[in-house]
Write a protein that binds this ligand. Sequence first.
Ligand SMILES: Cc1cc2nc3c(=O)[nH]c(=O)nc-3n(C[C@H](O)[C@H](O)[C@H](O)COP(=O)(O)OP(=O)(O)OC[C@H]3O[C@@H](n4cnc5c(N)ncnc54)[C@H](O)[C@@H]3O)c2cc1C
Length: 509
Amino acid sequence: MAKKPRIVIIGAGMAGLTAANKLYTSSNDLFELFVVEGGTRIGGRINTSEFYSDRVEMGATWIHGIKGSPVHQIAQQINALQGSDKPWECMDGLLDEPKTIAEGGFELNGSMIEPISTLFKNLMDFAQGNEASKWCSMSRRLGNKSIGSFLRKGLDVFWDSCKDHEELKGYGKWSRELLEEAIFAMYENTQRTYTSAGDLFSLDYEAESEYRMFPGEEITIGNGYSSIIEYLASVLPRDVIQLDRKVAKIEWDRCDSRPVKIHFLDGSFVLADHVIVTVSLGVLKAGICNDPGLFSPPLPSFKTDAISRLGYGVVNKLFLRLNGNRKPEELPSLQMVFHRSDSELRHKKIPWWMRRTATLSPIYNNASVFLSWFAGKEALELERLSNEEIIKAVTTTVSSLLSEPHNEIMSDSNSNGFEVSFVDVLKSKWGSDPLFLGSYSYVAVGSCGADFDTMAEPLPTDVYHHHPLQILFAGEATHRTHYSTTHGAYFSGIREANRLLQHYHCVGV
Ligand SMILES: Cc1cc2nc3c(=O)[nH]c(=O)nc-3n(C[C@H](O)[C@H](O)[C@H](O)COP(=O)(O)OP(=O)(O)OC[C@H]3O[C@@H](n4cnc5c(N)ncnc54)[C@H](O)[C@@H]3O)c2cc1C
């Protein structure tokens, strides 16, 4: 009997399990199929966890738009949206108006925030290919390489248009311009977590309009994001998924009936006809730089160039448990506005890594667990710090923001008024985990959307090669318009499964 084609999928995240699910359910047992996963769990950057009996997400959190989202479709099909057994990170507190507080304890009212939030929204809408406004088109005309420069030019144009604004009163030493700039920076910081670009000056301007969102609400999954992963894996026979099998080297283009040899960290290997590589862009970047590299022979330069050019940043989530002697409703959802890092007016005890974090919100209405998102250098620093250091810094920051307005530079001893304290933390560590080396991809200045298409090209490129489709690539960083998301990873898994199904004349959908 002829041997079955053997397909090995590297990585049991969304892309890998989607590909495995599709190949298994569409091929009528045509293939010998394995999913080899370097970690001890499935899900990859989807990882539902628990913190003080609340269900929280360490990685993927939102279904970004429900209309047309395959993730939403699965969540609905398996009844995972509502979550019944325990409270979860549904973020319904976000529906209430957050308090926006500027350093020094100055609560900002709508008339202060609204013009800047509208400006920021208009600028981002324009960059994303939506509606234009006068500031956008003016700042566009100035020519832009990055989202960072586009946004800052937009702010300058806005200021030029309102030069005769009256002076600001009632906000201590904040001038109008400083405060507006700091509010603008708060929105920029949120954008850093959306995109994972640590610095918006490294986020490509042109590519932003290629990114696609699904219409409709953005929601979280009551039973946890991992329920989607468990569903995808549930159809596979027991021995298909192998955990704790970290791949050290992929030898390809060998003169053998199975041309790919996959070496594991423990010295064992498996031969395959096809391998679908779904590891993160961070792991690929390290894999082409390290010696010995992940691929032997090394990947062709058109591939390594795209891998090097594309951006891949770090975003981390920090969950904090409020001390029991504070009622959760006493601590509102916060938007935090800080002085620039070079300002004399800074509170000396608020560390640099807190100053680019925009929000602190309860994970649901009146929850005792609060959440902040960190990006870039700050996210990496968070991974390094001890729980005690984090608790101390966040406590100081929040207590200072919520105390009576004050002009003097504060130290520990003169934080007047509201004392809040946290007792425990849970944080993600995507940057330092060798199986991820970051959080998600973005189009860096110097790269472009076409680099995602290059990422997705299978090897060898010679279509008449007697062993075609040896290495296929899936994963969020191979999808040109839905990169950085779970549904992008899902689509990429379907794409590569279909490539193989079509190759073997099974009908892919
Ligand atoms: C903090 C955070 C928040 C996010 N929020 C959202 C969100 O709200 N909505 C959204 O849509 N997306 C979000 N994302 C992005 C989303 O999680 C990812 O785009 C998606 O899960 C990526 O899936 P993937 O299969 O491409 O990669 P991965 O999930 O990274 O899967 C790759 C797998 O390969 C394994 N692996 C790596 N190296 C090896 C090796 N050498 N050998 C064997 N196995 C290996 C890894 O362990 C991993 O399991 C978020 C991500 C993070 C980190």
